[in-house]
Design a protein around this ligand. Structure first.
Ligand SMILES: *[C@@H]1O[C@H](CO)[C@@H](O)[C@H](O)[C@H]1NC(C)=O
Ligand SMILES: *[C@@H]1O[C@H](CO)[C@@H](O)[C@H](O)[C@H]1NC(C)=O
Ligand SMILES: *[C@@H]1O[C@H](CO)[C@@H](O)[C@H](O)[C@H]1NC(C)=O
Ligand SMILES: *[C@@H]1O[C@H](CO)[C@@H](O)[C@H](O)[C@H]1NC(C)=O
Ligand SMILES: *[C@@H]1O[C@H](CO)[C@@H](O)[C@H](O)[C@H]1NC(C)=O
Ligand SMILES: *[C@@H]1O[C@H](CO)[C@@H](O)[C@H](O)[C@H]1NC(C)=O
Ligand SMILES: *[C@@H]1O[C@H](CO)[C@@H](O)[C@H](O)[C@H]1NC(C)=O
Length: 648
């Protein structure tokens, strides 16, 4: 009888499991979202046009305290693995690192043998698909989306690529890797094909600069098309898990011209005074339209009523050049643990949300790791990860760091949909530098981007006054971090550095969400609170997952040449690639020949170091002015002469 009952329950559970659609927006600032702008007729409100997302909030639940990591790859690794970012991948290394001595964790991204959310849902009968930015590892087939349980994947592996040419050039990733950014970063995986995207119309940048309404080679157009295909072709006898990971609103700030015209018209009689902010605004507009189309497709297919749609940003808006996001009135941005860097836009919506709670706001803390637990439980699966536990026996025997279990809390969906006042995260570490014990938050050490921005940011004043917009602090040549200046003090100032020291700065983020009032050392019982949070942070620091991930691997680049000039897995790839492989053009062949010779010379640690030393010396004089001047300028363009000269 019991057995029959549980079988019955199982069948009903499987039958009613909702579709789950996850939409992740990249580098999307707090105030680049309509609901944080109000709907007055100010220029700042008009510039932030997100009607489709506003509607998701109206029909869903606003997650007012959704916390992510301060940068992309850790947040994405957390979302997929259910671990706190510090317990899976707190780094933003390049994709081609490898440490052959650790076959489980010696790579970028999520270690092998952690169970991804797609694998979990697949085990519950879901069809699983992903489109867009991965950035959670690609070294072996186990690291790719398919290796993590997605039935299909169409997208790219690195932090970013070109929206038009789909290459991993320096303007996209900020890095020059050992492969010299030579290859295409657009890949496909399914049951019958695994390799670089071959369709020439999808690969090339032939539509760049076109005045068409929605040019077909724009990367977001391709992503949208693939996602709509997945929905339209879905057989509704199984539930769907779909992950749409936008490239938008990440750099490079490339967008069809028609969208620039749209936002110009939208804000009239106001005008944009700043080129980068205008592009960012147009990219938000495009992104929001895609969200609308995804919702419409789910409705047209009669799937909406049984769908949970989760939309969130992976970190706060980047304030540096050329990031151009804005988190006003929150302090700081991407790369910092200030609220502007880690408290991000998020909404839980879809027809599956109980009617009584629609339009509500959930004030409890939600970690980006929690989605894993929420989706697993919605699908009737447990949160724990036996596969990782099995691997831990082997890791332990081999003296390698063991894999932490998932951190996602149980019961998050019910807590949110009942708008519960109980906080499931009384304590939430943000990184090895910061922690929340609500309503208090402690930030320690040096943080970049420790400042507030105005309502309109960046703007023509920030173009002309260097002090008002910070520099980027994560450019790399091979493994080496490049400083934008050789003078530490100048650098610190231009990164908007703030040093809270080991003892830390303390804020009450409930009363003071803008983090304007540092309570540490004010002589009251706040000192005790600060000491308690320091203790909790120290405990968290003992749990960081920091395996040796190795160094950049020349073999990754050589392998890229052999598969037609794409970034892709290069370790343990027997039986992985299906072919056919793209024929390299004559130019590419010559280039790759020259490149192989070059690799021979350059890929010695000593030579790498010497090349780096030279680049670092001249960087502030050669590269920095070039980059700063091309990243942003005043509009209308004639004003450029008045401000900084544009690079020709
Ligand atoms: C896999 O992708 C290839 C290339 O786009 C396509 O031709 C094929 O139909 C796909 N196979 C499946 C099973 O979806
Ligand atoms: C804005 O987008 C256009 C079209 O993609 C591009 O040509 C231009 O360089 C971009 N401007 C900035 C400042 O990024
Ligand atoms: C945060 O800053 C905004 C904009 O300046 C202001 O309207 C708001 O009152 C501030 N919040 C608090 C609690 O001080
Ligand atoms: C890790 O997972 C792979 C693939 O599932 C498996 O073959 C391997 O034995 C696992 N390794 C350990 C140490 O458990
Ligand atoms: C800039 O980045 C370097 C390397 O990651 C780091 O050591 C330094 O603290 C950063 N500077 C600031 C002001 O955050
Ligand atoms: C331009 O940006 C600066 C720096 O954030 C800010 O102080 C100023 O208010 C902004 N200008 C406008 C018009 O918002
Ligand atoms: C912070 O921003 C204000 C203007 O918004 C500016 O006056 C100040 O110099 C900035 N501080 C730093 C450290 O850049």
């Amino acid at each position: 009888m019991r057995l029959i009952l549980s079988l019955l329950l199982l069948v009903t559970a499987t039958y009613s499991a909702p579709n789950i659609v996850v939409v992740l927006v990249d580098d999307w600032g707090w105030s680049n979202n309509g609901i944080h702008k109000g709907d007055d007729s100010s220029q700042a409100s008009l510039e932030t046009h997100t009607p489709n997302i506003d509607k998701l909030y109206e029909e869903g639940i606003e997650l007012d305290r959704h916390y992510t990591y301060k940068i992309c790859s850790p947040s994405r690794s957390s979302l997929q693995s259910g671990r706190h970012p510090d317990h899976v991948n707190p780094l933003n290394t390049g994709v081609i690192v490898n440490n052959p001595d650790d076959p489980i964790s010696g790579f970028q991204g999520i270690p092998r043998n952690m169970t991804g959310i797609a694998e979990k849902l697949k085990g519950q009968g879901y069809k699983t698909h992903m489109v867009g930015k991965w950035d959670a590892g690609m070294a072996t087939p186990d690291h790719t989306p398919m290796g993590r349980g997605y039935d299909s994947f169409y997208g790219y592996f690195q932090h970013a690529n070109g929206y038009w040419n789909k290459e991993g050039h320096i303007e996209s990733t900020g890095d020059v890797d050992l492969c010299m950014n030579m290859f295409t970063d657009l890949f496909m995986e399914n049951a019958t094909y695994r390799g670089g995207v071959l369709e020439s119309g999808e690969l090339d940048d032939s539509c760049s600069g076109s005045n068409e309404e929605d040019p077909a080679c724009y990367e977001e157009h391709l992503f949208k098309t693939k996602t709509l295909d997945v929905i339209n072709n879905h057989d509704v006898s199984s539930p769907l898990f779909h992950f749409h990971a936008f490239h938008l609103i990440h750099t490079p700030l490339e967008v069809p011209n028609s969208y620039l015209e749209k936002v110009d018209a939208m804000i009239a009689p106001f005008e944009f005074d700043d080129a980068a902010r205008r592009n960012y605004s147009a990219m938000v507009y495009y992104m929001d339209e895609v969200v609308g189309e995804i919702v419409d497709a789910l409705k047209a297919k009669d799937m909406w009523d049984n769908t949970v749609l989760a939309l969130m940003a992976d970190n706060g808006g980047p304030l540096y050049l050329p990031g151009s996001g804005n988190n006003h009135p929150l302090k700081g941005g991407k790369y910092s643990d200030w609220e502007g860097g880690v408290r991000t836009n998020a909404v839980l919506s879809g027809g599956y949300i109980p009617e009584g709670s629609r339009g509500g706001k959930y004030d409890g803390l939600v970690s980006i790791a929690d989605w894993y637990g929420m989706f697993a439980e919605l699908a009737g699966a447990s949160i724990d990860d036996p596969k990782a536990e099995t691997a831990n026996k082997w890791l332990d025997d081999n003296d390698l760091p063991t894999l932490p279990p998932p951190d996602a809390v149980s019961g998050m969906f019910d807590s949110i949909t009942s708008l519960s006042k109980e906080n499931l995260h009384p304590i939430l570490p943000l990184s090895d530098q910061a922690i929340i014990k609500y309503p208090y938050k402690l930030v320690t050490g040096i943080s970049p981007y420790s400042n507030w921005t105005g309502e309109l940011f960046p703007n023509c004043t920030t173009v002309t006054d260097e002090d008002l917009v910070p520099w980027h602090n994560d450019s790399k040549l091979f493994e080496f971090h490049i400083n934008w200046d050789n003078d530490d003090e100048v650098l610190f100032m231009h990164l908007w550095g703030e040093d809270c020291g080991d003892s830390g700065c303390l804020f009450n983020i409930e009363e003071d969400p803008n983090e304007t009032n540092n309570l540490a050392g004010d002589g009251s019982d706040h000192d005790e609170t600060a000491a308690e949070l320091r203790g909790l942070l120290e405990e968290h620091r003992q749990t960081l997952f920091m395996p040796d991930r190795g160094v950049e691997d020349v073999k990754a680049c050589e392998h890229s040449v052999s598969i037609g000039g794409y970034y892709g897995p290069w370790v343990d790839v027997e039986d992985y690639y299906t072919g056919p492989f793209r024929e390299l053009t004559l130019k590419q062949k010559l280039l790759s020949k020259a490149y192989e010779e070059f690799l021979e010379i350059v890929s010695h640690p000593r030579v790498e170091e010497e090349v780096f030393a030279i680049v670092q010396k001249i960087y502030p004089f050669v590269m920095r002015p070039y980059l700063v001047n091309s990243f942003d300028y005043c509009l209308p363009e004639e004003e450029k002469e008045g401000g900084k000269a544009m690079v020709e």
